[in-house]
Design a binder for this molecule. Sequence first.
Ligand SMILES: [Zn+2]
Length: 265
Amino acid sequence: MQFEGTLRKMSTNFGSTVRYSLRIGEDLLFMNRLLGTIVRIEFSGECHCICGKVNSSFFRMNFCRECFFTRPEASPSILKPELSKAHLGIEERDLEFEKRLQLQPHYVYLAKTNRIKVGVTRNTQMPYRWMDQGAKSAMILLEVPNRYLAGEAEVALKDHFKDKTSWQAMLKDLGTDDDLGAAYERAAQVLPTSLKQYLCQHPEEWHMNYPIRHQIDKVKSISFKAAGDILEGELWGIRGQYLITSTGVFNVRSHTGYLVKLEVG
Ligand SMILES: [Zn+2]
């Protein structure tokens, strides 16, 4: 079967195994069902920005140059929540957009991939955020009323926890024995007093299982640069936003907006 359209990140459903679906053009593919089959994705050479412009590549973060510097979706506070200013009524790029995004409850969480990291997400994005990252387990640390406070907590915890993980180690399933419960206690102790009131009192540990048939021990990354670039291989598994195939791993999310042809089966 053949499909054509721009790539978007896969959507996830929580269950005994994480369920992935990929929307491409008008079609929605349930990806778990494709495990063990040959998947072929070919890049057309067109990158479609959210503004409608089509270029042969993106500038940064899957935006064209103009959008990267002007759109609220690409503003610095998206990557660094501590730069949020909507709670002060200060506009970065589009105050209405920023108010909608920032002035709502956020979680600060601990997630375990190859190590325990601290992260920030809107409460509506939980547990999807964890599945997008390929976390094995996760726990909410704080629930705060806005994005700025979440960023402040993240910064306060930076010296004690990483805010990044190694995706290669995650795909090789190199784990850590560190205990999330112990990490919660450690984090709770070092938080500034002003943030302790937001601690989640009865944190629950979530566990995620990914659909993986063959565990890889070497990671070869495939990414599209030019028209005609291809990913073709047997689908061995999916973790985070990565398709794990017999020929290499492919990050679907980082190809958001790429126009592709997809062939399966
Ligand atoms: Zn654009």
